[in-house]
Design a protein around this ligand. Structure first.
Ligand code: GN1
Ligand code: MG
Length: 375
């Protein structure tokens, strides 16, 4: 049976007033299936229904628990700041059995959320203002969670951002060569090999000694920030990978999609050009909200994240390409290879300018300090 055919059953399981006949596929996620379902009362909020990919998220209960705890914490902070928790934080809708997920008769797992009205998300950043708002959103997200006991979060996907583990998965994919594609990826493998050692920073205890672990979002793509109709950040979404991590993970993963105006899977590698004003704008927004809790060592680690994330994302796409596209949804033949090439190109470009990136961060820190001293 097609996934969408379960939707009427799923809707009756949740405490909602959803109009099943209005269901339509939604969004551009690579992992779950998302649907927009209208409210029967057209003046009330609509719903986002997501089928959870359980071959990736194997423990739905623990995953849901993480999301609930984090959203409750965020909501209490928003209320303290006199904001609107329904607008600024994702809201999970309970099922009739009071769990915040539902297993349908076909064994599929679902969650339901409010769909935030008059918001939009962009796969690609268009303006400096958007980049700045993205930075503010993720800075605020981390700052509101700075007092959350991150070690209590369940590790939804073990070793998610462990590059050593990702490289071991690539090695296994090479050895198995399941899709018989090994012959076509020599150039990519050479790049991976050449930089593997330099990417190990976060895996080396002597390097990360004293670097705090916090609650991190772990999927800080620009399309995971909802902007309002004035292009101002309203809400950070897609919280299923919130886990304990280093702040540089979120900074680096965000820059991956915010530093250029090319798509994550851009075929024309010449279009992948780091744009320093976009980087400055994101960094400014981020530090405005995060500088108050970040340590010097964390600030120094940010550019390490900027280099690691396109590299690691390239490794993950390449691995999936070699495995025959079993993890990420693809839209055409060799899509994962095209994605990997684009990420590696971004990595090459960022690697060339890493010193400039460090300088921009330092400049932003200094100007924040100056404005605090005078302000
Ligand atoms: C996946 O499904 P989506 O688009 O939210 C992936 C992220 C990758 C991202 C690349 C659980 O996120 O880690 O960075 O694709 N999520 C998982 O676009 O693997
Ligand atoms: Mg995601």
């Amino acid at each position: 049976m097609q996934i969408a055919n379960y939707i009427p059953e799923v809707i009756t399981a949740f405490k909602c007033d959803a109009d099943a006949s209005s269901t339509q596929p939604y969004g551009s996620g690579h992992i779950n299936d998302s649907f927009l379902v209208k409210n029967l009362d057209r003046n009330e909020p609509d719903y986002l229904l997501q089928r959870i990919n359980t071959s990736i998220f194997t423990n739905v209960e623990a995953l849901t628990e993480n999301m609930l705890r984090v959203t409750e914490h965020l909501k209490s902070k928003v209320i303290e700041g006199s904001g609107d928790p329904l607008k600024e934080v994702m809201t999970l809708i309970p099922a009739k059995d009071n769990k915040h997920y539902y297993r349908d008769s076909g064994g599929n797992y679902w969650r339901m959320l409010y769909f935030l009205k008059d918001t939009r998300s962009y796969d690609m950043v268009l303006t400096e203002k958007q980049a700045y708002e993205g930075g503010k959103a993720f800075g605020k997200f981390q700052s509101m969670l700075a007092d959350f006991p991150s070690a209590e979060l369940y590790e939804v996907i073990p070793d998610f951002h462990n590059i050593e583990f990702r490289l071991s998965q690539l090695k296994e994919a090479i050895a198995k060569n399941l899709a018989d594609r090994l012959g076509t990826v020599t150039e990519e493998l050479d790049l991976v090999k050449a930089h593997a050692n330099a990417m190990m920073y976060f895996q080396q205890p002597e390097q990360v000694y004293g670097l705090p672990k916090r609650v991190t979002h772990n999927d800080t793509k620009f399309n995971n920030v909802l902007l309002d109709s004035n292009d101002e950040a309203q809400c950070v979404i897609d919280l299923e990978t919130v886990m304990e991590g280093y702040v540089a993970y979120d900074f680096g993963d965000a820059i991956r999609t915010i530093i250029n105006r090319a798509a994550e899977d851009e075929a024309d590698l010449l279009k992948i050009q780091p744009n320093l004003p976009l980087f400055s704008a994101y960094t400014k927004g981020y530090l405005e909200n995060a500088a108050n809790f970040l340590t010097d060592k964390e600030i120094e680690s940010l550019v390490k994240g900027v280099l690691l994330f396109p590299y690691m994302q390239g490794v993950r796409f390449l691995t999936d390409h070699l495995n025959g596209d079993t993890y990420y949804k693809i839209k055409f033949e060799n899509h994962n290879l095209q994605r990997a090439k684009a990420q590696f190109q971004l990595f090459r470009k960022l690697n060339e300018i890493s010193i400039e990136l460090e300088q921009i961060i330092q400049k932003q820190i200094n100007s924040l300090k100056t404005s605090q001293e005078h302000g």
